[in-house]
Design a protein around this ligand. Structure first.
Ligand code: GRF
Length: 194
């Protein structure tokens, strides 16, 4: 734990593959006066990820990792995570599945945000599937990561109403607002139980 302004902070690494709006939002929360965490590292599998601009903007260390060479890469990544004293990993639009070995070797918590009310709609195209099935609600879920896709224990969920006129895009945008509300809350909850 690092002491910043007299407050002990938990170091978090955020893994992204794209836009990085959840990353930006977590960074924003980490700057709040009473925040208990610091985003100490950004990891991506995509050198063109738009979210990497936040590493530059907020002076956060970043690493671009070639996850195709899984074994060696994950082994090295564990070393880097230890070096940065990372206690929690937040996956935020990270489009890779981490190996069971990595999950076990990282002696900490790994969280993910998923745009559906899990266990409904694991995987991709969640908004389209919810609309096609004429569901009344969709939403988002923060959960622990285990070896099965989008299947770990649920930490927080938020329901979002689906309107008749909704398209996957309009629904995604309303759900994203709720993602930004619940991810920092879930992180706080996990930290308070550490
Ligand atoms: C979010 O909808 C998240 O739930 C899903 O991927 C999207 C990532 O968005 N896993 P962003 O990169 O955080 O903007």
């Amino acid at each position: 734990m690092k002491k910043l302004n007299g407050i002990s902070k938990i170091n978090i690494a955020v893994f992204i593959s794209g836009r990085g709006s959840n990353l930006k939002n977590l960074i924003k929360y980490s700057f709040a006066d009473n925040s208990k965490f610091k985003i100490a590292l950004i990891i991506t599998d995509n050198s063109k990820a738009l979210g990497l601009k936040f590493a530059k903007k907020f002076h956060i260390k970043k690493k671009i990792v070639n996850f195709d060479k899984t074994n060696l890469v994950e082994k090295n990544l564990i070393i880097v995570l230890k070096k940065y004293k990372i206690k929690i990993i937040c996956l935020a639009g990270f489009m890779r599945i981490l190996s069971n070995k990595f999950i076990k070797n990282f002696n900490g918590k790994i969280l993910n945000i998923h745009p559906s009310l899990l266990p409904k709609y694991k995987g991709l195209n969640t908004h389209l599937r919810a609309i096609k099935n004429k569901d009344e609600y969709s939403g988002c879920t923060v959960h622990f990561v285990n070896s099965k896709l989008d299947s770990g224990k649920i930490i927080l969920q938020k329901k979002v109403k689906i309107f008749k006129k909704d398209t996957p895009k309009s629904l995604a945008s309303r759900i994203l607002t709720q993602e930004h509300a619940i991810y920092p809350k879930a992180v706080k909850k996990i930290i308070s139980n550490l």
